[in-house]
Write a protein that binds this ligand. Structure first.
Ligand SMILES: O=C(O)C1=C[C@@H](OP(=O)(O)O)[C@@H](O)[C@H](O)C1
Ligand SMILES: C=C(OP(=O)(O)O)C(=O)O
Length: 430
């Protein structure tokens, strides 16, 4: 599906979708547990991939009409899957499930779509091997398809922190179900660190203790996943919130209210401060979980995405609208996502008339030298690129067509419906 956006002024209320990161962890934690009710779960292409993995490990995930998930777990001991686990487009699924597979007494095969089969898995494979399992990339290039044989008993393992924090999340979640526990020693500085905080928060809610150490993280073995009251509720997603928030900052004189914006461990809550620093009129009522935002003239800022890689596409679009330069730093790990998002945003915004300077770990958007012009742009089969380019279309000169827009189902299936509800004039072409 392609979507053509006509510049529009927006107004109204947006409900935040549930967090993808919390939902993945809750589904897998419920898999490690006995029986859990997961409320307010995100049911998107990515989280369904994690649910399928739990099913293949011997659990059962069922979804009621109101969206609540009833999950029967495999009690800390995954079966050897009867089929290949297809993680589709989901990096989180592949990393978390690779470590879970290392607990099974036999061999698991994991694969994914073309994008996922090009992302780095090597450090996690080496970690599983160091812990006594076997873990291989079939092509020997550190990328999926992966073949993982367990079981591992636990131990100490060194891993880089600057490729993906998901390796650490994966080892901590699996480590609780090993005999000996896992001590993770970081070989390099941790990027995307708040995602490990999310993991620690979810583990705690499931009665599992894991903690930071002087040189990394540690989880004791022999622990049982046992959620308080047998239930877990997923908070709203601030990476997803970044899109209606940025839309309000650039295209809503009358204002947008976002609901379901409750505080949590998500680093991407930083987007509220970012649009505020750029000059938008924004007010976050943390108790009520609402954010009110309306547009004002924006100015470029410097912002590090070390902790918040998923915000880069949104910030790049904001920078294209702002006066002056927006300098996005510490962005190297943003190149290892569904696409190389640093290049993708530089190139696609370039097609829309935006001047950028790309360096290996930074992207500068020269807002003052740019006039956003409507154009046909590629969504790169990457949900965040699609949504960020759609935002640019709201204020471009003329129509913008985003190709391959259906991929928003990875994290925000109702994204284009929401834009329409807020008053955006758009047309879908199949
Ligand atoms: O653990 C998670 O839920 C995620 C961690 C981040 O990835 P990296 O740790 O690979 O940077 C983030 O980009 C991704 O969207 C979700
Ligand atoms: C990078 C992302 O997710 P994942 O790593 O799970 O594919 C994302 O949602 O932007």
């Amino acid at each position: 599906m392609n979507v053509t956006i006509t510049p529009s002024s927006l107004q109204g209320t947006a409900q935040a979708p549930p967090s993808k990161s919390y939902t993945h962890r809750a589904i897998l934690a419920a898999g490690y547990a006995g029986q859990t009710t997961v409320r307010d779960a995100l049911w998107s292409a990515d989280t369904q991939a994690t649910a399928r993995a739990v099913d293949l490990f011997g659990g059962a995930v069922s979804r009621a009409d109101d969206g609540t998930l009833e999950i029967e777990g495999f009690d800390g001991q995954p079966d050897v899957p009867a089929d290949v686990i297809n993680c589709d487009n989901s990096g989180t699924t592949m990393r978390l499930v690779t470590a879970a597979a290392a607990l099974a007494d036999g061999t698991t095969v994991l694969t994914g779509d073309e994008s996922l089969r090009s992302r780095p898995q090597g450090p996690l494979l080496e970690a599983v091997a160091d812990l006594g399992g076997e873990a291989k990339s079939t092509r020997g290039n550190g990328q999926a398809p992966l073949v993982v044989t367990g079981p591992i008993a636990g131990g100490e393992v060194a891993i880089p922190g600057d490729v993906s924090s998901q390796y650490i999340t994966a080892l901590l979640m699996a480590g609780a179900a090993t005999d000996d526990g896992i001590d993770v020693v970081l070989e390099t500085e941790l990027k995307s660190a708040p995602y490990v905080d999310i993991t620690l928060e979810v583990l705690e809610a499931f009665g599992v203790d894991a903690h930071q150490t002087a040189d990394g993280f540690s989880v004791e073995g022999g622990q049982s996943y046992d959620p308080v009251g047998g239930e877990y509720a997923v908070p709203g997603d601030f990476s997803s919130i970044s899109y209606p928030l940025a839309a309000g900052a650039i295209a809503s004189e009358d204002g947008i209210r976002i609901e379901g914006a409750n505080p949590s461990a998500q680093g991407d809550t930083a987007i509220v401060d970012i649009v505020d620093r750029m000059g938008a009129d924004v007010d976050w009522d943390r108790e009520a979980g609402t954010i009110d935002v309306s547009s004002a003239s924006l100015s470029g800022i410097e912002v590090s995405v070390e902790d918040t890689p998923d915000l880069l596409p949104t910030i790049a679009t904001l920078g294209a609208v702002a006066d002056g330069d927006t300098h996005i730093t510490n962005a190297e790990h943003v190149r290892y996502k569904e696409t190389d998002r640093v290049s993708a945003m530089a190139e696609e915004l370039g097609t829309m008339g935006v001047a950028t300077t790309e360096e290996h770990d930074s992207l500068t958007i020269h807002g003052s030298e740019s006039t956003l012009e409507g154009a046909t742009v590629s969504g790169r089969a990457d949900h965040r690129i699609i949504m960020a380019l759609a935002l640019a279309g709201l204020v471009a000169d003329g129509e913008t067509t985003v190709e391959g827009a259906d991929h928003v189902d990875v994290s925000f299936p109702g994204f284009f419906d929401l834009l329409e509800e807020l008053g955006c004039s758009l047309e879908r072409q199949s």
